[in-house]
Ligand binder design. Structure first.
Ligand SMILES: [Mn+2]
Length: 472
């Protein structure tokens, strides 16, 4: 019998069957794998990272498949920094960069593809080719990504040797086995994560192109939802319609779709999406398609289910829209990252005073008060890229308290949220939540709103819904 464990619901494999399974297969053709697009850009990133840590060994894993329940796993999604350096989608791999002076060597440790040369193709339900499909293996991985490869089984010994020669840094919290095997050096390891996040702050042309594709696919997903709205009885339908587009046009959603109807819009990350949608409510849809390149959009539209905003919904919507316009105007190189936020909060506070919700905008805006935040809850921007909340390990002085620079991509997403039980809000506004979120590229001269083609004004949103109804 095979030494592989047999699942509780399956029978074993007698030796005679294994012998039978090992014979009678055509010799597999081995065409060279196609190199990925932008292989030179990925190589340049590896070189730049090595140069930032001369004389050191850098270890960047992609991580493993994660268990969902018992023996089923979530679809694998590569570690962001690993992918940024390699373009590789397969699980388990580890990238090791070694540098000495100007010399730099990259090695990708990956699982070999034994083909049908050993019985695991049939007996290993986790990695076997007949269970989960073939892996690229050493040769094809090297061809596809332009990086020298070695078998994963050699990693442990190679690391012992490499670490004896040079200091190292590892990207942590991605690969628990690697974390356990390499003594932690909290500060040095954190500096590697920071360097990677800060490299990713400025997007190159390949990245901007991929973000545009993700935004375009997300636009199609929003169109799908608008067309489905007349028949959509629950938030689940909205989620399902959008997520279908994400799988058809991209890799997946970049984060769990928020399909929040009525007062659920006041819950920032409402992803349970299990509520029945009411007739004259708003639907807040915060969703993004993650392209096959793993770059994700992050877009929010707040739509009147009936096709027309009520006067109260419209008043709140117009205020959020004005705040977003004020934020866009501050999106330019040299401004503080927080300038768009300051502008948006100023507009929101003034508007909240006009609606009779804040007694004094001036008082609410003081640093020691920030009372407007009871209704706006979050800042208006975060970096966007491979991660929806991108570049998370960048230092505050280069991100939150830094300057906007050409090549940065970020969201602009003011919102107002009036909780159902908030006695400081006139009753007619309670339960209304509005967020409008677009994705922008900072250019040399200002801003390029990547998602500008998705209807956003009251008139355009109402016309969008009306046009979809006319087709139905
Ligand atoms: Mn966002």
């Amino acid at each position: 019998m095979s030494d592989k464990p047999v699942a509780s619901h399956d029978s074993g494999n007698p030796e005679n069957l294994l012998r039978f399974m090992m014979t009678g297969w055509a010799t597999p053709p081995e065409p060279p794998a196609t190199p990925i697009d932008g292989a030179g850009l990925f190589a340049g990133r590896r070189q730049a990272l090595s140069q930032a840590f001369r004389g050191e060994t850098l270890i960047v894993p992609t991580g493993h498949e994660k268990t969902r329940a018992n023996d089923t796993v979530y679809r694998f999604r590569p570690g962001t920094d690993f992918y940024y350096l390699t373009g590789n989608h397969e699980p388990d791999n580890v990238l090791v960069l070694a540098s000495a002076g100007d010399a730099h060597a990259a090695t990708l440790y990956c699982e070999p593809n034994p083909g049908k040369a050993d019985a695991t193709f049939f007996t290993d339900r986790v990695k076997g080719e007949l269970w989960v499909g073939p892996r690229l293996g050493l040769q094809q991985t090297a061809q596809r990504y332009g990086i020298a490869t070695k078998p994963l089984a050699a990693l442990a010994d190679d690391l012992v040797a490499a670490l004896g020669r040079a200091p190292y840094r590892a990207l942590r919290a991605i690969d628990p086995q690697l974390d356990a095997a390499l003594p932690a050096q909290a500060e040095r390891d954190a500096e590697l994560a920071t360097a990677l996040s800060e490299m990713r702050l400025i997007k190159d042309e390949l990245e901007v192109g991929e973000l545009r594709r993700a935004v375009e696919a997300t636009h199609r997903g929003f169109d799908d939802v608008v067309r489905a709205l007349p028949g959509a009885q629950t938030e689940r339908t909205v989620e399902g319609v959008f997520n279908l587009r994400a799988r058809v046009d991209g890799n997946d959603t970049g984060y769990n779709t928020i399909a929040a109807s009525g007062p659920n819009a006041c819950t920032l990350h409402w992803t349970r999406n299990d509520r029945r949608i009411g007739e004259n409510e708003l639907l807040l849809l915060d969703a993004g398609v993650e392209a096959e390149s793993l770059y994700t959009a992050d877009i929010t539209r707040t739509l009147p289910i009936s096709g027309r905003f009520t006067p109260e919904q419209r008043a709140v919507y117009e205020l959020v829209l004005a705040a977003q316009d004020a934020a866009f105007a501050q999106c330019k190189p040299g401004n503080d990252f927080l300038d768009p936020n300051r502008a948006a909060m100023g507009v929101l506070a003034q508007g909240l005073e006009r609606l009779g919700i804040l007694s004094s905008a001036e008082e609410a805006l003081r640093d020691e008060n920030v009372f407007y935040k009871r209704y706006s809850l979050h800042n208006v921007s975060h970096m966007l890229g491979l991660d929806v909340h991108d570049c998370a390990a960048a230092r505050a002085e280069n991100y939150k308290h830094g300057k906007l620079r050409a090549g940065m991509t970020l969201t602009v997403e003011p919102g107002l949220y009036f909780q159902l039980d908030d006695l400081t809000v006139p009753a007619r506004y309670r339960g209304i939540g509005v967020r409008i979120e677009d994705d922008v590229l900072i250019t040399e001269t200002g801003v390029d709103v990547l998602s500008a083609a998705i209807p956003r004004t009251v008139e355009d949103v109402e016309a969008w819904i009306a046009a979809a109804k006319a087709v139905v």
